[in-house]
Design a protein around this ligand. Structure first.
Ligand SMILES: [Zn+2]
Length: 116
């Protein structure tokens, strides 16, 4: 069964996205982690796994503020950040994987790689 979001909560000012999935699981996704693993070609290049984007922790508050998100096709969400960056398209499965980082310490959160 394809996992789909049944509810996405983005409380303003919370700097956190909460997704409730169709299988009953939920994911907590701090904006910092979403931006740090932005999957777009501009952030990740065109090959290799998706990895932590160096410099994410030095971005401005604006850049780490999620200002819009919208469906992209049937299996992904497109996110727009306060600095205008809007090329990141996050597949549902990828978002669920990113959600697993929430409970880790910061060092471990930055150390993951994801296939694409
Ligand atoms: Zn990007």
């Amino acid at each position: 069964m394809e996992r789909e979001p049944i509810e996405v909560r983005a409380p303003e000012g919370a700097r956190l996205l909460e997704i409730l999935w169709s299988d009953g699981e939920s994911s907590l996704l701090p904006h910092r982690i979403l931006r740090g693993y932005c999957p777009c070609a501009g952030c990740q290049g065109h090959s290799g796994p998706v990895r932590w984007v160096e410099g994410t922790d030095k971005l401005s508050d604006d850049a780490l503020t999620l200002v819009d998100l919208a469906p992209s096709g049937q299996y992904a969400l497109r996110m727009r950040w306060g600095d205008g960056h809007d090329t990141g398209i996050y597949a549902f499965d990828f978002l669920a994987e990113l959600g697993d980082l929430f409970s880790l310490d910061r060092e471990a959160q930055r150390a993951r790689t994801f296939g694409r």
